[in-house]
Ligand binder design. Structure first.
Ligand SMILES: Cc1cc2nc3c(=O)[nH]c(=O)nc-3n(C[C@H](O)[C@H](O)[C@H](O)COP(=O)(O)O)c2cc1C
Length: 163
């Protein structure tokens, strides 16, 4: 049997996954860089991985790792004044990580996700756990085919990405 390409970050106790959506407050590229820098630094320390879908009108984040670290991180995120209307969409335990190689992948919200009009009309408040999970499963599938495993790449938005 061949060895797995990437070993998941070890976790003590249950592996918990959490999804929330929120509305950015004063969105800018610098603000996003600051968020991602802190997220990656802390998440590496805490054994968390995940992905952040980000657009001027939307944050949608997947966080996974040891339950107490996910809870503590979400507590800090809830108090962060760079976004508002934070709504928990899903939390639960899982057997394996969806983003084992990413301290925090950033992904611009794309056309197959919710439109700006839909977000403005409150789509995130109505989003089901299954819908939100499907978004991240698709993102994870896309990066798995595009990115060499286990190589750390400083991720910024591609030039020209419109927020
Ligand atoms: C949309 C959003 C996503 C964030 N994601 C994370 C994260 O994954 N991990 C993290 O530690 N902090 C994250 N933060 C930042 C936290 O709110 C908080 O500023 C940070 O954890 C404080 O870390 P420090 O005490 O090391 O400065 C996020 C903030 C926002 C607004």
């Amino acid at each position: 049997m061949s060895a797995p390409l990437s070993a998941p970050v070890p976790t003590a106790g249950p592996l918990t996954q959490l999804i929330y959506a929120s509305r950015p407050f004063g969105f800018s590229g610098d603000m996003l860089d600051d968020i991602l820098m802190a997220a990656r630094r802390n998440n590496k320390r805490d054994g968390l991985t995940g992905a952040l879908v980000c657009r001027a009108d939307l944050f949608l984040q997947w966080l996974e790792g040891p339950r107490e670290k996910v809870t503590a991180t979400f507590g800090r995120i809830l108090r962060d004044d760079r976004h508002m209307e934070v709504g928990l969409i899903w939390v639960g335990d899982a057997p394996a990580r969806l983003f084992p190689d990413w301290d925090m992948l950033d992904d611009p919200a794309r056309s197959w996700m919710w439109s700006r009009e839909a977000v403005r009309d409150g789509a995130m408040g109505r989003a089901s756990a299954a819908e939100a999970r499907a978004v991240f499963q698709r993102v994870a599938g896309e990066v798995a085919t595009q990115t060499p495993m286990n190589i750390e790449i400083p991720r910024r938005h591609p030039t020209g990405t419109k927020f």
